[in-house]
Design a protein around this ligand. Structure first.
Ligand SMILES: [Zn+2]
Length: 350
């Protein structure tokens, strides 16, 4: 788990020793992995009829992001790819015509990051739509092409994750030994219902525990697959965590990333770790939606330095786990060990 700086980090460290400037970056103490990153060809916006989206800055591009990683001392990212078709339901909610931004939300562009910077990214494709004729072949090809795992955002495609169309997906993840980042989209259900589900299945989720109940059979049947709930389960309000935290703690294969989570703060993070165990919490940001420029990773709202410096309740070991150790284990398709699941487990087992 030792810090593995690239050449530029080493240069920065050397400069720091000599220069001792106040604004010099702090010495690299941790290996840092951002487990929730998206990239967009934002430079396509504003010309040739492509609208300018105010929620995408130039930091959204490959170059913008790699610069922020370097400046922010972030070693690796989970690159989650999707195109305009995959997130069409949400774009329409934002009054954006998906076809008009297909060059911005563009998987071919995103995948060039993997080619240009193979040492910086693990790839998590998101496109799983049971209606599409080739969805399983496409997934198999992703795995053969080196995907580290997948992301599922089933509600974006109009379904809940227990729809039978996803069963072969879980089976393929098991076969290829690939972990799943699961975005439940609980916080969007009021504006983006699971509209392709037949009526008797569509309105089953009224509170988070309803969602947890429909996930139970999957977690049981695929208990060997590491599953990470994106955005700490997509709680829409702080009180939802009363149901989210125990749910994460209860399942050995369940963990979470903290990207763009509701009510995010150092106090909240320490509460989460206490409830679910440090081995189940992964640092992540949902870049570029939260970016405040190239210094975001050290100084922005979702800075990793908050975990390193502003969480006195966390031990050094726990910080290392949250900033990179758990992410490394996740891409290796391993579940948290009993020790890593921590005190939260013994409380629960009794
Ligand atoms: Zn995201």
């Amino acid at each position: 788990m030792a810090a593995a700086g690239s050449g530029s980090f080493n240069t920065a460290l050397a400069d720091d020793k000599q220069g001792k400037k106040d604004d010099a970056p702090p010495k690299k103490r941790y290996r840092v992995i951002d487990t929730h990153v998206h990239l967009f060809n934002a430079r396509q916006m504003g010309s040739d009829g492509v609208p300018k989206l105010n929620f995408l800055s130039l930091d959204a591009t490959i170059e913008g992001y790699v610069a922020a990683m370097k400046q922010g001392q972030v070693d690796k990212g989970f690159l989650i790819t999707y195109n305009a078709e995959d997130v069409a339901a949400q774009l329409r909610n934002y009054k954006v015509d998906p076809a008009m931004v297909r060059l911005v939300y563009n998987t071919a562009y995103q995948k060039t990051a993997l080619k240009k910077h193979p040492d910086l990214f693990w790839w998590f494709p998101e496109h799983i739509d049971p209606v599409r004729e080739t969805y399983l072949e496409d997934l198999q090809k992703n795995f053969e092409d080196g995907a580290a795992g997948i992301k599922m955002m089933t509600v974006f495609h109009g379904y809940f994750p227990d729809h039978p169309g996803f069963l072969p997906v879980y089976e393929m993840c098991r076969k290829y030994k690939k972990p799943i980042i699961m975005d439940l989209s609980y916080w969007y259900l009021n504006v983006m219902p699971a509209m392709n589900e037949l009526e008797q299945r569509r309105n089953r989720v009224h509170r988070f525990s309803d969602y947890a109940a429909l996930l139970e059979p999957i977690l049981k049947d695929f208990s060997d697959i590491p599953i990470s709930l994106a955005h700490t389960g997509t709680a829409s309000r702080a009180s939802d965590y009363d149901e989210v935290f125990p749910f994460i703690a209860q399942h050995k294969n369940l963990s979470c990333d903290i990207a763009a989570s509701t009510d995010y703060s150092a106090a909240w993070l320490q509460k989460l770790v206490k409830a679910v165990g440090a081995g189940k919490v992964m640092y992540g940001t949902d870049w570029p939606y939260w970016t405040s420029g190239a210094s975001s990773y050290l100084k922005g709202d979702r800075r990793w330095t908050m975990i390193a410096d502003e969480c006195p309740a966390l031990s050094e070991e726990e910080k290392v786990a949250i900033l990179s150790g758990n992410a490394q284990r996740f891409v290796e398709n391993k579940l948290p060990t009993k020790v890593e699941r921590g005190a939260a487990e013994s409380k629960r087992d009794s």
